[in-house]
Write a protein that binds this ligand. Sequence first.
Ligand code: SF4
Length: 204
Amino acid sequence: MGKTEIHFPGLDQLFEVYADLERQVAELKRGAGIECLRRCTFCCATSKFVEASIFEMLPLSLHFWEEGRGQETLEKLEGIHPDAPCILLNPNVPDELSGGCSYYRFRPLVCRLFGFSATVDTNGKPSIALCAPLKELDSGVSERVNKKIRKDLSFPLMTDFSRKVAMIHPPLGEEKYPINIALWEALELVRQKIHFSKTGRRKT
Ligand code: SF4
């Protein structure tokens, strides 16, 4: 399949939101002095908490079909249990990497937010959502980071980014599924688009 044959509206906007998030995460990491542990796969391995929308999985799905791996990946996901670990996780992480995502640049929003974003309570007080391994290594880390973000360190707000991404394409972006299911749905949607583009029938 050619690279530009199939389009979905909003994907450029999605990557603009991701770029903005990346800048904010980098600033938070620098200011708070926090970073992922080397070769850690904890977040990805607890897959039942990793949820994504079909829209967020479209870039990777398009990539798989472009690479000629769409059908094979659909088959791999067929009937997969919703709690199964993310199929994109490579448990044998190379030494130079901090995580095991095989398709890091296509990862969905939650994988970009987790560990380096905050929630705000009804009184407007932010709290950082750090991962368990960082907290186990340093029991005072949450308190220290919270002090900084409650003072003047900027941070990405989880709900803000979730809303921004969902609003780019509400029909495909609002509902979240376990990541493997979202990927299956997105691959299937791209498959149908390819099919209809070949047969010349319109699909809305
Ligand atoms: S998409 Fe990548 S970062 Fe997200 S859970 Fe899967 S392996 Fe981990």
